[in-house]
Design a binder for this molecule. Sequence first.
Ligand SMILES: [Zn+2]
Length: 387
Amino acid sequence: MEKHSLSNPQSRYPHSAIHRVLHSRRTIFVDALLCCDRHEGTSVIKLIKLARFLGHRLCKSFVASSRARVRFAHNDERFGLKLLVKQTTLATTAETSGVGLHTAVPVKVRLAPAPPDTGYVFIRTDLGGFEIPANVEWVAHCSYATTLMRTGVMLSTVEHLLAALRGGGVDNAFIEVDNLEIPIMDGSAEAFTEMIERAGVVEQAVARRSLMVREKVEIVQGDRRISIEPADSYEIDCLIDFPHPMIGVQQFRICVTNGTFGRKIAAARTFGFTEEIEALRRANLIRGGSLDNAIVLTPDGMLNETTLRFEDEFVRHKILDIIGDLALLGMPILGRVVAHKSGHILHAALMTKLLRQRTAWEIVDANGNSESRSMKTQENELLHSGF
Ligand SMILES: [Zn+2]
């Protein structure tokens, strides 16, 4: 990302406080708040003029956030502009309950607001408030679901809830649970997304920080692979290939911004095959599994009497799992993930390899800054968490 010098924009746009402009390949980040004179009513024209001045095409729509100020919508790529983006948390608490997919235990979940730079922290309320940060450092195993463990305290199947938080644009949250597995709900992230919508999302006084990918990192295991490479936003391109008449080859690509998760991914359910179910049961897994919380596929169809929620629900669920697992990096990602027949184990391996390759990433704020001391501290913590 290179700095683009503006010849005194203040003199041409006296109402706009433009502090810094940074270009990347496709996006322009503008650290500015356009303060339009409330009496003139020319705010849109000013925005369009400013955008032209900056050499970018601008959509006419905008968000009028207060009487005197007009802002571009955060991260809305249609605008070609990004303003200073702040961290977010929940406005209030929200609760739900259900059963664990693998353990069949009943469990209550409560989402609560958390201070800036907290990330996501699970709190076992049944164990005196024991905390397990949602961080790759605490991944214990991930064969059928992603399980965290810290000093012997376990929490299973965290990925769908984490996907809802990351996909919902929430940076910081406490997640209180009173048992050892996050409830499976209907097998998708929809219930969690609804909880977040119910609670509301609010901005905090600190700039959002992201993990910006600088170099491509790849994990290959036979015909399965996953990579992450530099990009201006968080993109996922996923392909699955199951020799089943309802699946076959499915590919889906998404840019995780502006509610795309809620609209395109959140409702996609997990799935399993009848021929695997016996083995899973024998391994003491999926004890809470039923047709209410998974798509169960027979050799030539499915057991569920409902229809699919999307024609390509299967690949969409894989993207849900990728977003949930990669949320364990602890902050938003600026990078493109390309997954080919991947799964939880590959996702964890990718995160570890990425964090170990120190030149492959850095922590930046919404302006592309990476210089502050607290960010360096955060980088060091991350670097050592991937081991
Ligand atoms: Zn899943």
